[in-house]
Design a protein around this ligand. Structure first.
Ligand code: PHE
Ligand code: ZN
Length: 883
């Protein structure tokens, strides 16, 4: 049952209310006697008073207290009070003392997957953000940092593997077929980084020698049978370890680095010190089971968790409001790493696409919050695209502003100053400011203001003097609790193009003519600024702005003609891609309006021209071409409308895809033929790019009015070369009326029913299908024997994919899509409140839907809110969505 249910309105936690911990814990000794329903945890905490109070309060949740003592003397029950939260209060404790408690917990009953739980008979823990209190009584907050030693005892046949943080420190046999192992972590850490893994797992081993010569034993623990699917994760780990040394001089700091993979996990992965725990989705990959996107996800997430060892673990967060201190910075680091490992430009625009798909809507919706939030009810609701992705963009801008050399110096300073400390975002910005000598006080607004800034461009040109004036304005829309905004410093990386596309020299008035660069970064700090360029001859230049997406803003004011020109001619791949996307968006919005006025959508010539140009150059950079051939998503287009029309958008987008497929059928067919993998499957950027382009071609062919797209899909599916190609082909069939559709789905299910990660794909394909009967299919799939509410991956693969990834069906005018999601949330909340609160988001979008839809959405939200015992996380999301 859920742990965090509530009868009255749950409390709001505010950043400004922070007070230092009343007691610190210098050392923690834990002893676990593992048992599925009755695990015993003995904790010995060396505690020290840090404030005025002599009354000790400890967090606790669903713990059964068996005994408690201070300095070896059992505490009489009148001195120990249970708190309504499940915690403990002990009156009159000394200044420093040894607290010993013994509790019993039931891993088997733990369906929340927070604290100690069972998955497939093995034990795993998840403590971030507040799971440690479900294991033992403790001041469970990140600014209490302690040295841990952990002893685990369990039955030897059920649990041959016993792991915790740090380095191994002994083990041995016990009577009755039991055994034990001890782990010691020399580095002080907050409780959220504690981990324990125990069970029948097998290790895939390797090693890494740090540049100072420390030999690190690497192991990835998986279930038997999965050993052959760990190679890519291990390669990614070693590459990450090497990159952190060369890029930042940061070495690993223990003798072992362990990863354990688990198929029941609320998130992607967790950076516990020396013992990362991963969702199997981000470890396991074989060519026949994982797609290229899966391979890329593994590389990124393995790196992300590894990089946390310094940014998050050695230097951690003072409180959860500072979450982006570790997450924004670590996402920045993993993205930078992935750009280094693959095609930088393509990685960049894929990340921008994801930012806009997830973070922009959040920033415009009822849950909008700053990168550093001011308050929360349930911290788990703030592991968001804003904290992670926008947080990463903010770090990236800082680097853009102070330059890479100062940024590196700032990182060194940050770590030298704050190693083994729990700090705030000011510590990071302060280090960057001191290292660069550049005042970043205004820049800090990026952390404080919610909402996506909008930049509008206008320009004028004086042919007589060759003077070009670029006028930029900025404003940030109001968000809940923040009606007015201040301007933020926006780095605008830019260039100017001549009529032939050639780069022009950029000389701002007052500057010397001698060394005018061809690219520069303008700093837009005020609400409105003019930038005057001199010496540009007689022909009006074209501005290329936000190169590389130098700031997470929306840019307005460029006309179709300019966008078309930039899409064809700019030197910056991001601007080329972006201009084509903006062009397509503008045309799609026009077609949506026309459709509502009774006009059938037809492919605009300008858009066809952009596609023709991309296709012409496609072989030069297949990965880029694949990205450029994807029309803006339905959600992205909807995001540009005050009141969305999901039906019309879907219809227009589908019509364009069909007409593009038909218009360019022969070119697509040629690409599909010529890009076939020659040798064995490889996951370098080149091979991935070729497959992406080839499958984009197949997808368009599958849409085309006539031709052999479906036949090609059938052949590609049957050939079964690798999961990327199989899934792309199956998707084409699943979206079609092809008679082979049902057989293909059945065959796929039969082949992969024993592989949960592949089965997730089977659910998702059907959930996001463009077919009109998808909603009914999804409702049926929720009753399929392989659907499982207790497995977060499965819930996301069906319910999450449908509600967040199929707007046309989710927003069906009948309201059935909304009802389906509400019912799933209601069923899930008592089982796993964290995941329930996560998947409810799409219902919160009612303000941008038509009144009839909005009314049903609100009614469904009200229905959820009325649920007795609703978790505080779902309560927070739903009540804020209704506000
Ligand atoms: N800290 C994890 C990460 O970003 C995410 C996470 C949060 C995992 C909460 C589990 C629980 O790497
Ligand atoms: Zn992280």
């Amino acid at each position: 049952m859920t742990a965090s249910t509530t009868a009255s309105t749950p409390a709001t936690i505010r950043r400004e209310d922070y007070t230092p911990p009343a007691f610190l814990v210098d050392t923690v000794e834990l002893h676990f006697a593992l048992h599925p329903t009755a695990t015993r945890v003995r904790a010995r905490l060396a505690m020290r008073r840090n404030g005025e109070s002599h009354d000790l309060e400890l967090d606790g949740e669903e713990l059964m207290l068996l005994s408690a003592s201070i300095d070896g003397v059992a505490l009489p029950s009148y001195r120990v009070a249970s708190l309504p939260s499940g915690g403990l209060r002990i009156e009159g404790v000394p200044d420093s003392f040894m607290l010993e408690t013994l509790v019993e917990i039931s891993p088997e009953a733990n369906s929340e997957l927070s604290g100690l739980y069972l998955s497939g008979g093995n034990y795993f823990t998840q403590c971030e953000a507040e799971g440690f209190r479900r294991i033992t009584f403790f001041p469970d907050r990140p600014d209490v940092m302690s040295r841990y030693s952990v002893t685990i005892e369990a039955e030897k046949t059920a649990c041959p593997v016993l792991l915790s943080n740090g380095n191994p420190a002994g083990g041995g046999e016990l009577p009755d077929g039991r055994h034990w192992a001890k782990w010691e972590d020399p580095h002080p850490k907050p409780s959220y980084l504690f981990a324990l893994v125990a069970g029948d797992l097998v290790a895939v081993r390797d090693s890494f020698t740090t540049r100072s010569g420390r030999e690190v034993a690497l192991a990835i623990y998986v279930r038997q049978g999965d050993e052959d699917a760990c190679g890519h994760a291990m390669d990614s780990l070693k590459a990450s370890m090497a990159w952190d040394e060369t890029e930042y001089g940061l070495e690993y700091d223990l003798d072992v680095f362990n990863i354990a993979a688990v198929s029941d996990f609320n998130m992607g992965a967790m950076e516990n010190k020396g013992l990362n725990v991963f969702n199997t989705k981000y470890i396991l990959a074989r060519p026949d089971t994982a797609t290229d996107a899966d391979y890329e996800g593994i590389e990124t997430v393995v790196a992300h968790e590894y990089f946390h060892n310094w940014t998050g673990n050695r230097v951690t967060c003072r409180d959860w409001f500072q979450l982006s201190l570790k997450e924004g910075l670590t996402v920045f680091r993993d993205q930078h790493f992935s750009e280094f490992m693959g095609s930088a430009a393509v990685k960049r625009l894929a990340n921008v696409r994801r930012l806009r798909a997830a973070q922009f809507p959040e920033d415009a919706g009822p849950m909008a919050h700053p990168v550093r939030p001011d308050s929360y009810v349930e911290i788990n609701n703030f592991y968001t695209a804003t904290v992670y992705q926008k947080g990463s963009e903010v770090v990236r801008m800082m680097r853009e502003l102070i330059g890479p050399a100062s940024f590196r110096k700032g990182m060194d300073l940050y770590i030298a100053r704050h190693d083994n400390q729990a700090v705030t975002i000011e510590a990071f910005v302060g280090a960057m400011q001191d290292a660069s000598g550049i005042d970043l006080s205004r820049f800090a607004r990026w952390y404080a203001q919610a909402g996506t800034p909008e930049v509008t461009v206008s320009d004028s040109f004086d042919e007589a003097t060759g003077r070009y004036t670029l006028s930029l304005t900025q404003s940030t829309p109001p968000t809940p609790g923040q009606p007015t905004k201040q301007p933020v410093p926006i780095p605008v990386a830019m260039g100017l193009l001549g009529p032939d596309g050639a780069a022009l020299p950029l000389r701002l008035s007052g500057e010397n003519a001698a060394e005018a660069p061809e690219e520069r970064v303008l700093l837009l700090e005020e609400a409105k600024q003019d930038f005057v360029f001199e010496g540009l001859g007689t022909q009006r230049p074209v501005p290329s702005l936000l190169r590389g997406y130098s700031a997470p803003v929306k840019l307005h004011g460029l006309g179709l003609e300019t966008l078309g020109f930039l899409a064809a001619k700019d030197s910056d791949p991001f601007v080329r891609w972006e201009s084509a996307q903006q062009y397509a968006t503008a045309e799609m919005l026009r077609l949506v309006a026309a459709y509502r006025a009774g006009q059938e959508p037809t492919l605009p010539d300008g858009l066809a021209g952009i596609f023709a140009a991309v296709l012409e150059r496609a072989e030069q950079d297949p990965a880029f071409a694949a990205e450029a051939l994807a029309l803006p998503s339905e959600d992205f287009v909807a995001g540009q409308m005050r009141i969305a029309d999901p039906e019309a958008i879907h219809l227009v987008r589908q019509a364009l895809r069909r007409q593009l497929g038909t218009r360019f059928a022969s070119r697509f067919a040629a690409l599909h033929d010529s890009l076939a993998d020659a040798g064995p499957y490889r996951t370098d950027g080149d091979s991935i790019g070729r497959r992406a382009l080839r499958n984009a071609a197949l997808t368009y062919l599958g849409r085309a009015d006539a031709g052999d797209g479906l036949a090609r899909a059938r052949v590609q599916f049957a050939a079964g070369a690798n999961m990327t190609d199989v899934l792309a082909a199956l998707r084409v069939l699943v979206d079609s009326e092809d008679p082979a559709r049902e057989d293909a789905l059945a065959a796929f299910h039969a082949s992969w029913r024993a592989d949960p990660l592949v089965l997730d794909k089977w659910f998702t394909l059907q959930a996001v299908s463009t077919r009109p009967d998808t909603l009914a299919a999804v409702q049926a799939l929720a009753k399929h024997p392989d659907f499982d509410l207790r497995n977060p991956n499965r819930v996301r693969s069906l319910v999450g994919a449908f509600a967040a990834g199929n707007p046309a069906q989710f927003h069906a005018t009948s309201g059935e899509g909304y009802r389906f999601l509400a019912e799933m949330v209601i069923a899930l909340d008592p089982v796993n409140a964290q995941v329930a609160a996560r998947i409810v988001s799409p219902l919160g979008d009612w303000k941008r839907q038509s009144p009839d839809r909005a009314a049903i959405m609100r009614a469904e939200l009200e229905r959820i809110l009325a649920l007795p015992g609703l978790s505080k996380g779902t309560f927070e999301k739903v009540s804020k969505s209704l506000a």
